[in-house]
Design a protein around this ligand. Sequence first.
Ligand code: PGA
Length: 257
Amino acid sequence: MSKIIIANWKMNPATHGEAKSLCLATIEVAKKFENVTTVICPPFLMLSGCAALVAEAGSAHIKIGAQNDFWENSGAYTGETSPQLLKDSGVSYVLIGHSERRALGETDEMVNKKVLATLAVDLTPVVFVGEKEKGETRQDILIDQLSQDLAGVTSENIKKLVLCYEPVWAISSNSGGISDTPENALEAMKIIREIFVKMFLETGQEISILYGGSVNPENVAGFFNAGFSGVVVGSASLDPKKFVEILKIAASEYGFY
Ligand code: PGA
């Protein structure tokens, strides 16, 4: 299975002009690594523009992701954006339950509704889970989050979903760039797989689990070696020089580079 590398631009860059330059630079590097799925997640207003640039490049392994969505497809929901409209804008992936959204009040119940609505229009949800503080009872937190976030997802649909283990304390804006260790993240991956086996029995081993939290060219290989299916890259995705190094390492595992 090809590695999934997600570029989460968050609320960056500041202008359409800069977003276009960053998107073109990202496409330029990503297009060389056909065995890696690169997902570019710009802010909402830049989604269509970036989707058009990706379509022009004609590289099927480069996808567009949204950083959030809503659980209804139309109606009186001021300020929200529907999964259907995202799909119509060229989006393939949707990040759901990122800790920066949870910090603004998104609950597990809301995450669950978004996951179901996103799957219903055939987009791929990337569901974020992880403990806030280092040393917290991680197992209980992961059980709690996953059982609520994925309630009602069918065994068939679970295969379409991607999970990201992102210890909140390791995100660069919280930690000053100190990631989790691959060994510690591997323990979390094992816990997630165990929870999956209990929740979804036969599909327990098939889920793609990504790591997120201060990923950079120096530490990314450790997470691949630990068995993660990919990574979510925040601040380093804004620097094409760093991002290309991450893609090179993701691709090299398969002998392409
Ligand atoms: P970071 O962000 O790589 O800057 O830590 C990751 C994320 O929050 O998606």
